[in-house]
Design a protein around this ligand. Structure first.
Ligand code: KG4
Ligand code: ZN
Length: 354
């Protein structure tokens, strides 16, 4: 173990657990933004034969891995539960079996140690993760949250205050990347594979639709794009790398158009932030950075390891809530659906996995 940076007396430590999809993860994070220890186990190999996440397999894998991982993370940091100030776990939205494994474990640890429990919204974890990496990032900021289960534009006004400006009416963008990968026979998870293949393709080679581009409606839609990818592939006329590059470009055009629409409806905040698994995509990051520059906004994207599902972001959401004196009761229920903005209208599809 390397030596930890010195702590101030007021720093607190939060243990975070993530188990809402196909990553089992545990982290110890200090309120001064130090990640003291973290471990993550992906279930890619278990789900790969099915081309997507199988909820029952995911729940079992979380149940098998979580306890040894908790022990290992505490060991890595050379700490015991006594050193921890709060226990945070993803309590939704996500695949309910997995969420329950993490939340119940956190409840047991909190109960046994007498430390507060924090039931974290997974989306809040993504929404606040850029502040873990970036101490200068102040509220408010415009957040593009793009993952396998979600595609939303949110105005992040403060901890716990999120205004949803747009969501998807059908597929999430990560889902569209995964389906494109499946159509092209690239395997699962698809995002990084499509991105890699697109590097050698021509983004103008295939004329693909940009669903809802220019629409007065604020939302995203990717189902039509995915179907067009399927038709292009089945026509046999195009190289897979050209389809991948054209798909990625169409997705980027949609993101930029919808962000422009969102900005036309709100006061332009000082920063644009991207989070969620799709934020790992280099071309998408570059396009967002250019968009931010045109609108005189700062651009922030967390490092790749903080973009995809992880437990440091869950522990960090706990760190953000700790000074506000927020904790949750032991009867807090796992929630398969849990919108960040409860005032936002329900939208068809809404891109929630499960
Ligand atoms: O945030 P995340 O790890 O899990 C969810 O909460 O959904 O996001 C996973 C999603 C997957 O759909 C994956 O294909 C996509 O993020 N993804 C990418 C890239 N890396 C991961 N999509 C595009 N380009 C990438 N480089
Ligand atoms: Zn996620």
């Amino acid at each position: 173990m390397s030596e930890l940076p010195p702590t101030s007396d007021r720093s607190k430590i939060v243990l975070g657990i993530e188990s809402s999809c196909d990553e089992t993860a545990v982290a110890l994070v200090r309120t001064d933004r130090t990640i003291l220890a973290e471990r993550i186990a992906s279930q890619e190999a278990e789900h790969a034969p099915y081309g997507g996440v199988v909820p029952e397999i995911a729940a079992r894998a979380h149940a098998e891995r979580l306890a040894p991982m908790l022990e290992a993370v505490m060991d890595d940091a050379g700490m015991s539960l006594e050193d921890v100030d709060a226990i945070a776990a993803t309590a939704g939205p996500g695949l309910i079996g997995g969420v329950m494994v993490g939340l119940v474990s956190a409840k047991a640890l909190a109960m046994a140690s007498g430390k507060p429990l924090m039931a974290i919204n997974h989306l809040e974890g993504h929404a606040l993760s850029p502040r873990l990496a970036n101490p200068e990032l102040e509220f408010p900021y415009l957040l593009l949250l793009v993952s396998g289960g979600h595609c939303q534009i949110l105005l992040v006004e403060a901890v716990g205050e999120y205004r949803r400006l747009a969501t998807t009416i059908d597929d999430a963008l990560g889902e569209a990347f995964d389906k494109t990968a499946k159509i092209l026979g690239l395997g699962y998870p698809g995002g990084p594979k499509v991105e890699k293949l697109a590097l050698s393709g021509d983004p103008k080679a295939v004329a693909l639709p940009r669903p809802l581009k220019g629409s007065k409606e604020p939302h995203f839609s990717f189902a039509g794009l995915k179907s067009a990818v399927l038709r292009a592939h089945e026509s046999g006329k195009y190289r897979p790398e050209d389809i991948a590059a054209s798909f990625q470009q169409a997705a980027i055009d949609c993101l930029i158009d919808r962000l422009g629409h969102a900005l036309s409806r709100t006061e332009v905040p000082p920063a644009l932030v991207v989070a969620g698994g799709v934020a790992a995509n280099t071309r998408i990051r570059a396009a967002l950075e250019a968009f931010a520059e045109t609108h005189q906004m700062r651009f922030a994207a967390p490092p790749l390891a903080l973009c995809t599902d992880n437990a440091a972001m869950i522990a960090w959401a706990g760190c953000e809530r700790l000074p506000l004196g927020q904790s949750d009761p032991f009867d807090f229920k796992a929630r398969p659906r849990w919108p960040l903005d409860p005032e936002a209208d329900t939208v068809r599809g809404a891109g929630v996995k499960a």
